[in-house]
Design a protein around this ligand. Structure first.
Ligand code: ADP
Ligand code: ASP
Ligand code: MG
Length: 401
């Protein structure tokens, strides 16, 4: 008998028939003799709908109230799924994130899990119940509800699996596993049998939404092997683990992230401390800077360009404008029509010519590269947003098909 954590995303529980489909998957796992802890997301587009509802009331709602609102989506799912299990004759109990012991820091809308208190979950398991836990939510030290950021139910599932020392953590979703690109956009994308934590972490961080990047971080830290699997077609999925069989694949995947803006500060004085002065203004506002490019400008001047998450672009520009006197001023501009397209694969460490193949694919589509960044296992380029889908297809063709 094993202890299995099974997570079901929004589309997997979007309506009555999907809920019963999920309940049957859980029942079959129970009938095979296993203990099951289930983590569920809000149904279908519920979270987006709740965000839209908030926007009807306020253009800048308080983050605390947003978390209070968004956490309600998952609460609907756990109750309905527990009812469906009970209808099938399976003993089940639903628990909110706080009942299940998710203690987080105070950062509303992007809270991090600080501690797991699993007594309640364990006592329910001891009573032979399937425990259905609301993903995405926790409680901070002031007993206020927090959420873990979009896609956070994956993280909830991995955290529970780690805390309970579960034998398996299965992430059920609406595709059959992790593919070499988003299978909804690239029909030729192929399913990977296995992928390493490091590769998956890059793919998830670079835009492949199939797993939330924090969940992969956590899985790597606690060595929780993940299985990404379809809730609709019962076929083998993708295993995410420390070491994977590379099968001679140079590139494991191509990802696109449109959540990027490029900010340029032109003609700043070319003197020591300039980068510190510019970027400390952004650090003060907790804005994450990703790719940075510095080039020489006119006489005694230089240009700085860097990327920030799209949602932080306005705040970044405001911070730079307010603090312009600190770095001697410059022309500040922002380009929001950008996308980051990346390739990921541990195999590129030991092969030459990977970058050149990627750039050739972009050239073949006449796509201009604005910025480039590399690490041992990934190459990213910033290009115009309208070219991004074409770029992903061309790059995927060059490496995988
Ligand atoms: P869930 O609601 O189950 O959490 P998500 O919508 O968060 O599901 O993630 C699944 C989606 O991720 C798929 O429907 C697919 O379109 C998208 N996706 C993006 N990149 C990939 C990839 N490389 N492999 C598989 N799916 C991907
Ligand atoms: N419901 C949340 C979201 O839509 C969490 C999740 O689905 O993982 O982001
Ligand atoms: Mg998800």
């Amino acid at each position: 008998m094993a202890l299995i954590v099974q997570k079901f995303g929004g589309t997997s529980v979007k309506d009555r028939s999907r809920i019963f489909n999920v309940a049957r998957i859980i029942m079959n796992t129970r009938n095979a003799g296993h203990d099951v802890v289930v983590v569920v997301s809000a149904q279908g587009d519920t979270t987006d709908d709740l965000i839209a509802k908030a926007a009807e009331i306020s253009s800048s709602p308080s983050r605390r109230e947003m978390d209070m609102l968004l956490a309600s989506g998952e609460q609907i799912s756990i109750a309905l799924l527990a009812m469906a299990l009970q209808e099938l004759g399976v003993s089940a109990v639903s628990l909110t994130g706080w009942q299940a012991g998710f203690n987080t820091d105070r950062a509303y809308s992007r809270a991090r899990i600080k501690r797991m208190d699993t007594e309640r979950v364990e006592s329910e398991l001891a009573r032979n119940r399937v425990v259905v836990v609301a993903g995405f939510q926790g409680l901070n030290r002031s007993d206020d509800i927090t959420t873990l950021g979009r896609g956070g139910s994956d993280t909830s599932a991995v955290a529970l699996a780690a805390a309970l020392h579960a034998d398996r953590c299965q992430i059920y979703t609406d595709v059959e596993g992790v593919y070499t690109a988003d299978p909804r956009k690239i029909p030729k994308a192929t399913k990977l049998k296995e992928i390493t934590f490091d590769e998956m972490l890059e793919l998830a961080s670079l835009g492949a939404q199939v797993l939330n990047n924090r969940s992969v971080e956590l899985a790597k830290k606690y060595n929780v092997e993940l299985e990404v699997i379809s809730s609709i077609n019962p076929v083998p999925g993708t295993v995410v683990k420390e070491e994977a069989n590379v099968e001679g694949m140079l590139i494991k995947g191509v990802a696109k992230d449109s959540d990027v803006a490029v900010i340029s500060v032109k003609n700043v004085p070319d003197v020591p401390g300039m980068s510190f002065k510019v970027f400390s203004l952004l650090a003060q506002r907790n804005i994450n800077v990703d790719i940075i490019l510095q080039s020489s400008g006119a006489e005694g001047k230089k240009d700085l360009s860097f990327t920030v998450p799209l949602g932080d672009a306005e705040s970044a520009v405001a911070a730079l404008q307010n603090g312009a006197s600190r770095f001697g001023g410059g022309e500040i501009s922002v380009d929001k029509n950008c996308a980051k397209v990346s390739i990921v694969g541990a195999g590129m460490q030991s092969h030459s010519g990977v970058a050149s193949t990627m750039f050739e694919a972009l050239f073949s589509q006449n796509i201009n590269i604005k910025m480039i960044s590399t690490s041992e296992i990934k190459i990213s380029v910033i290009i115009d947003e309208q070219d991004a889908d074409k770029a992903v297809a061309a790059i995927h063709d060059a490496f995988i098909n």
